[in-house]
Design a protein around this ligand. Structure first.
Ligand code: GDP
Ligand code: MG
Length: 181
């Protein structure tokens, strides 16, 4: 078993974005395969793992679920960005303020990533709550798409609660992928 484990490559994935957008629920969904019945507010950072088998190669995603207020704690932040393989920038599609908030998360990434061109993903969460009659109060996909293009990010909309692939009436193909960087 130990030799099998040692052959497993681990990828560090940083999950960032404003408080309440669903970072903890998304990492639960990815690691445990379900929406948590209850989540506590994250303090500092939590770690969850997801094992994957890609073309016969075993890999492990180490998900760093961070707390929103950590952006003010400069010393910790540098630690988060060390040896990171990918960053997920999360916003809530029903909360435009969380989308505007991404500007400062991107800035934080720029300051701490030391010019490394690691894969970045823009993730609009809570797509299950989209309400066509309240379009003005939500983040539209065109806006998010141009943000993704401008910042070299691949763009998804998803839901930790009810992922697109499981929805009966999924309009989006390919599990919520809207733009591939
Ligand atoms: P965090 O602060 O970014 O870690 O956000 P949490 O994961 O703690 O989630 C904040 C709130 O949003 C909780 O009440 C969750 O139940 C809710 N939530 C998270 N993801 C979703 C989702 O995809 N759909 C819906 N409807 N609610 C969600
Ligand atoms: Mg959290």
């Amino acid at each position: 078993v130990s030799s099998l484990l040692s052959r497993c490559r681990t990828f560090k994935v940083l999950v960032i974005g404003d408080s309440g957008v669903g970072k903890t629920c998304l990492t639960h969904r990815l690691s445990a395969g379900q929406f948590p019945s209850r989540v506590e507010a994250t303090i500092g950072v939590d770690f969850r793992e997801r094992a994957l088998d890609i073309d016969g190669e075993k890999i492990k995603l180490q998900l760093w679920d961070t707390a929103g207020q950590e952006r003010f704690r400069k010393s910790m932040v540098q630690h988060y960005y060390r040896n990171v393989h990918a960053v997920l920038f999360i916003y809530d599609v029903t909360c435009p303020a969380s989308f505007s908030g991404l500007v400062s998360w991107v800035e934080e990434w720029r300051q701490n990533s030391l010019g490394q061109e690691i894969p970045r993903f823009l993730v609009g969460n809570k797509s299950d709550l989209r309400d066509p009659s309240r379009k003005e109060q939500q983040v539209n996909q065109e806006q998010a798409l141009s943000f993704a293009k401008a910042h070299g990010m691949t763009f998804f909309e998803t839901s930790a609660k009810n992922p697109p692939a499981k929805r009966v009436n999924a309009q989006q193909g390919n599990r919520g992928l809207l733009y591939q960087q």
